[in-house]
Ligand binder design. Structure first.
Ligand SMILES: NC(=O)c1ccc[n+]([C@@H]2O[C@H](COP(=O)([O-])OP(=O)(O)OC[C@H]3O[C@@H](n4cnc5c(N)ncnc54)[C@H](O)[C@@H]3O)[C@@H](O)[C@H]2O)c1
Length: 381
């Protein structure tokens, strides 16, 4: 923990206690009561200065069952996000819907003057991400995107190593990760709900790990490939899941970024290989190897190695893993969002960075469909 972090966390703890006893609690609503809403709800329930006052879900009876399961009594329940926003006075919402509903729910909430914590990936399309940012700017409210790996000490260490100058000028990054077998089902495997497959679901994390470290340079072009041999096969999927599977389960791309940096990317929900490779950053003074990760649990896959020359010799330093409680990452994501609202801090994960993440994802999908390199479209916001 840096000195600033230490001071800030002791400061926010003091104020938090004050608010609990001397001010009203923040009124929070949950939009979409599916799987990830569980983690949001569990974290909000641990916060002393928050009350969950409303929940909404399109599926009849789902929000009711969800609220009962968590003992959130006295919470108002709604059949969709709009009726909740129209009828409640809220300070903040968590948007926990599937990807194709992210934009409409986030824009409606911002237009209603409510702060938003939006789950990843930001949206299904880059145009939607731009629409969200326009609504964010017009509203003056806080929007943070739900990348909890950003809270992980090892992820922060990668950024610190880059910023220390130990790698010199970084010119090549290889990143990605994923699984030999691990296709989610439910709403993740159809275009109408997910919009994109592994590329959006876990690809967004791999991209964020390295792009955040190097300061999110503007992406310029992408040459992408996507496939779904496993997702559509009854050899690996239940017939009903194979029949509705119409997103990617594997993607690879070569991306050019401003400043002469290139990014070699690959991501997998399923393949006949244990890992698509470690993350590697090559610089003029050194290189960093980050062991491959499954991308969902928010940390790196093992100790990192720094390669450099010292007194004429080629040497390596192993950077030990910093202990991090996985469940704690989600609590940090929720708490940092709340603290940013209370203390008017910048969003923990700002939308203008994730716009580039989304633009790359979309360019990879477009390039794969066209079978050639494309310019990365970044709408004006
Ligand atoms: N941060 C993480 O670690 C993490 C992990 C898993 C999923 N996610 C993300 O969370 C999101 C949701 O995933 P999930 O697995 O919970 O999906 P899910 O399908 O289980 O739940 C989504 C719920 O949203 C509801 N919904 C959709 N539109 C709505 C609307 N307009 N108003 C009210 N309810 C609406 C659906 O009926 C559904 O019940 C996805 O974007 C996913 O990528 C993040």
């Amino acid at each position: 923990m840096s000195d600033t972090d230490r001071v800030l966390s002791s400061f926010t703890q003091e104020i938090r206690e004050e608010r609990v006893y001397s001010d009203r609690k923040l009124r929070v609503g949950i939009i979409g009561t599916g799987w990830i809403a569980e983690a949001h709800t569990e974290s909000y329930l641990k916060q002393p200065d928050v009350e969950i006052v409303a929940m909404a879900d399109l599926i009849p009876g789902k929000a009711e069952k969800f609220a009962a399961r968590y003992g959130v009594t006295g919470c108002n329940l709604y059949p969709d996000h709009k009726s909740m926003l129209d009828n409640e006075k809220l300070d903040a919402v968590s948007v926990c819907t599937y990807n194709t509903q992210h934009a409409v729910c986030t824009i409606d909430a911002l237009n209603a003057g409510i702060n938003v914590l939006l789950e990843k990936p930001m949206t299904a399309t880059v145009e939607e991400a731009a629409d969200i940012i326009r609504a964010e700017k017009a509203s003056g409210k806080l929007l943070s995107i739900g990348f909890q790996p950003r809270m992980d000490a090892n992820m922060k260490q990668i950024k610190k190593i880059v910023e220390s100058g130990a790698l010199g000028k970084i010119y090549y990054i290889q990143t990605g990760g994923g699984r030999r077998r691990g296709i989610p089902n439910s709403t993740f495997i159809e275009k109408k709900t997910a919009g994109i497959g592994a590329l959006g679901d876990i690809g967004c994390y791999s991209l964020d790990m390295v792009l955040n470290a190097v300061g999110y340079p503007r992406p310029l072009t992408a040459s992408g490939y996507t496939s779904n041999f496993f997702g559509t096969s009854t050899e690996y999927q239940k017939p009903e899941d194979a029949a509705r599977f119409d997103v990617d389960d594997f993607a690879a791309a070569f991306i050019r970024l401003e400043g002469g940096l290139v990014l070699d990317f690959r991501i997998s929900w399923a393949m006949h290989l244990d890992t698509p490779g470690d993350t590697v950053m090559l610089g003029t003074k050194g290189a960093l190897r980050i062991p491959s990760t499954e991308c969902w649990n928010g940390s790196v896959g093992g100790p990192m190695t720094l390669y450099y020359d010292l007194a004429g010799e080629q040497v390596e330093t192993v950077i030990p893993i910093l202990d991090e409680d996985e469940s704690g990452l989600f609590d940090k994501k929720i708490r940092s969002f709340l603290d940013a609202i209370i203390f008017k801090l910048p969003p923990p994960v700002p939308s203008n960075q994730i716009l580039y993440n989304q633009a790359i994802i979309n360019a990879i999908a477009d390039s794969a469909a066209l079978g050639r390199e494309v310019e990365v479209k970044i709408p004006e916001v």
